[in-house]
Design a protein around this ligand. Sequence first.
Ligand SMILES: Cc1cc2nc3c(=O)[nH]c(=O)nc-3n(C[C@H](O)[C@H](O)[C@H](O)COP(=O)(O)O)c2cc1C
Length: 373
Amino acid sequence: MSTTTASLFTPYSLGELPLPNRIVMPPMTRSRSSQPGDVPNELMATYYAQRASAGLIISEGTWISPLGKGYAWTPGICTEAQIAGWRKVTDAVHAAGGRIFAQLWHVGRLSHSSLLDGQPPVSSSALQATGVNVYVVEADGKPGFAQASTPRALSVEEIHDIVDQYRQAARNAMAAGFDGVELHAANGYLVNQFIDSNANTRTDEYGGSLENRLRFLKEVSQTLVEGVGDASRVGIRLAPLTTLNGCSDADPETTYTAAAKLLDQIGVAYIHIAEADWEDAPLMPAPFKQRLRDAYRGCLIYAGNYTVERANTAIAEGWADLIGFGRTFIANPDLPERLRVGAPLNTPERETFFGGDAKGFTDYPTLAEATTA
Ligand SMILES: Cc1cc2nc3c(=O)[nH]c(=O)nc-3n(C[C@H](O)[C@H](O)[C@H](O)COP(=O)(O)O)c2cc1C
């Protein structure tokens, strides 16, 4: 790989969008939208604006249709109220000097019928996800985790309808003032349920061969480019090696190198690799990273347990352009400045990751606030 002298603090041009540094706040679900209606709100605007010094913010997953929702209190991007709510967020981030893409999400089988008006979730195939993996509202109104319900397989006509929903969601995101959109094709959600061989047992044009398993990714990516009107404002998130929610592939290097080639042809701005997700942290070998670099000419973002040192090595060795810092960004609104000066970091509190109020959301102190406190 060709080496560079760039570091996390070297500016970068993402298409026409100048980024002041290479630090990305990756998508993180926080389940704090206003009820009823799953509407983004002022508190969320404050949270994102506090983190506007990131080179790029990707919003938490935002569902593209009611059937694409898998966790309680997650925001959508379908209704007028949701679009207006997101407008508050994007305006606040832009006023604070930042840039923000919307992560577009359809969870597929990772949902529970209690979140879907009693209907079963949908997927490429009628295969239930393993593990206790979705976040529901219990009978007493309190949050709790449950196993995803058994899904039903989508018909081809329904698949085409979902592609149309993605196009509309991309239009809605641009109407809400986002700088672009990211497709959530990682972590075992709907697009991933088509790509990975163990989640897809279809025998029609959406299953079987590698080309068929990548067809949904291809159609959705193309439709997002159409919806946004500009390929340089579309990114795709992939998780080649994680086995989250029981989604895994028999030959990930071949599958995801082919996906990268396809996305190169479509011309999307970036591929965002979810390399490790918390404890699910398989080692991604250097030759695999090299294959992705060779297959795809755009920007490559990596996220998962990064430190400044690992991030700078990734950029200097040439296999990453930008690096996502997830949990550290939750706890440190001024993360880029802290990383630049080598300041100590606040510790993220797991108990307040999902649901709740300002506690553990907008009340983490900046360095200046911590020193004057
Ligand atoms: C609270 C929380 C919520 C998350 N929600 C999402 C999400 O909505 N979409 C997504 O693609 N990844 C999600 N992730 C994964 C992160 O984007 C990131 O890849 C992961 O946390 C690994 O990075 P880290 O080790 O720097 O935290 C979430 C992570 C956390 C901690």
